[in-house]
Design a binder for this molecule. Structure first.
Ligand SMILES: NC(=O)c1ccc[n+]([C@@H]2O[C@H](COP(=O)([O-])OP(=O)(O)OC[C@H]3O[C@@H](n4cnc5c(N)ncnc54)[C@H](OP(=O)(O)O)[C@@H]3O)[C@@H](O)[C@H]2O)c1
Length: 351
């Protein structure tokens, strides 16, 4: 039994912990909290021990806390850092490296190759699972970066050098469902030099013909990627594209969702954990094939998609499992195949 500490209990940390509690190979030591607020009680009510920074102990005197983060780390096999972007690097330097504890970081950390990068590996289970074996510090790709990998890798496997270029517009959500304090601004914000394309190229190849633009829109209901795929010759038919994803992990093909909220509402009605689908959804009714180009759109469950990825990564780092072993164990906890099937049946093609 390995002991894991989750440092941060926000959108990502709370989801990761919830699944880890169902994992018979893991003991969750507890979670790290930095602000004395209602989420301490929430974590306690879910049976989790809460740890806080030593220097903030006083701030938490009215809350039930088990101890300090520093002490929790003294008997820990791996940390999953779920801090706001940039804090993972600081934690690495002040907490994890001095104690020689392996750690997983999230996608908001600085880009690979910069002074503040937490790792030289950005993980995407579909692309580079084996590279995480034996690593001590690894960054999980962000939600958009993870989602793109689930489309690009299978396309490359199938069509190889028939592919000429990928042009992607990321339509990013403004805030997460739980971030009720964060107001949605009535604007479409343009992102200069988005990092996502360069991040994807760390696993897809630095010279990959991938061109990414990004905008942010006032919604909490997922990201949408609009992708044009150019071929050397006549582009495949939409049905040939969809076929590529029939057995892909974490990719559902939907025909009748009018928008991203339909998918989220269905996940909520079905009682999926945290209303997440944990996957991307190809909106098959939007796929077209025109001369040398396939146009497609897929939505990306922003908070959910990276959770099974963290679980896969943790198994590579903690147990050195093969991809197949890790995949089988992750599937037994996340039931992705069943969720995919339910989504596909509910949003099936209507005659
Ligand atoms: N949200 C998404 O959709 C999404 C998707 C993929 C990747 N990510 C990435 O995941 C990371 C976390 O994002 P999030 O959305 O979960 O953020 P979040 O909801 O704002 O939660 C951040 C959590 O980190 C805690 N925290 C504050 N300072 C910390 C520190 N120094 N060390 C450790 N934890 C600290 C906060 O504690 P208090 O509340 O107690 O202050 C809070 O519980 C970021 O890198 C983000 O880019 C997010």
């Amino acid at each position: 039994m390995k002991k894991v500490f989750v440092n941060g209990y926000g959108s990502i940390g709370s989801r990761i912990t919830s699944f880890l509690k169902d994992d018979p190979e893991i003991t969750v030591i507890g979670v790290g909290k930095y602000s004395p607020d209602e989420k301490v009680e929430l974590a306690n009510s879910r049976g989790l021990d809460v740890f806080v920074p030593e220097k903030k102990l006083d701030d938490f005197k009215d809350f039930k806390v088990k101890g300090t983060i520093e002490s929790a780390l003294d008997d820990c096999d791996l940390v999953i850092d779920a801090a706001p972007g940039g804090h993972g690097f600081k934690n690495k330097k002040s907490l994890y490296e001095p104690r020689n504890i392996p750690a997983i970081y999230q996608g908001g950390e600085a880009r690979l190759g910069t002074d503040e990068a937490v790792s030289d590996l950005l993980f995407n289970s579909r692309s580079n699972y084996a590279l995480a074996l034996g690593k001590t510090h690894v960054m999980q790709g962000s939600c958009n970066v993870t989602g793109m990998g689930r489309i690009l890798e299978p396309l490359r496997d199938k069509f190889g050098d028939r592919l000429v270029r990928f042009d992607v517009t990321l339509v990013r959500r403004w805030a997460d469902i739980e971030q009720t304090e964060k107001k949605l601004s009535d604007t479409i914000e343009m992102s200069e030099k988005p990092h996502h394309g360069d991040d994807v190229k760390t696993y897809f190849g630095k010279d990959a013909p991938l061109f990414v633009r990004a905008i942010k829109v006032p919604t909490r209901q997922m990201h949408l990627h609009i992708m044009d795929i150019r071929f050397k010759d006549v582009a495949p038919k939409p049905s040939e594209i969809h076929e590529v994803f029939t057995n892909e992990f974490g990719v559902a093909t939907l025909w009748s969702a009018k928008g991203t909220k339909d998918v989220r509402d269905y996940a909520q009605n079905m009682g999926f954990n945290f209303t997440d689908t944990n996957m991307i959804h190809i909106h098959a009714n939007m796929t077209t094939s025109i001369m040398d180009t396939v146009q497609m759109m897929y939505s990306d469950d922003q908070t959910g998609i990276v959770i099974p990825e963290n679980h896969m990564l943790m198994q590579a780092m903690l147990f050195g499992k093969s991809y197949e072993q890790a995949f089988t164990h992750t599937e037994s906890i996340f039931n992705m195949m069943e969720k995919k099937q339910k989504l596909q049946e509910h949003f099936a093609k209507k005659d």
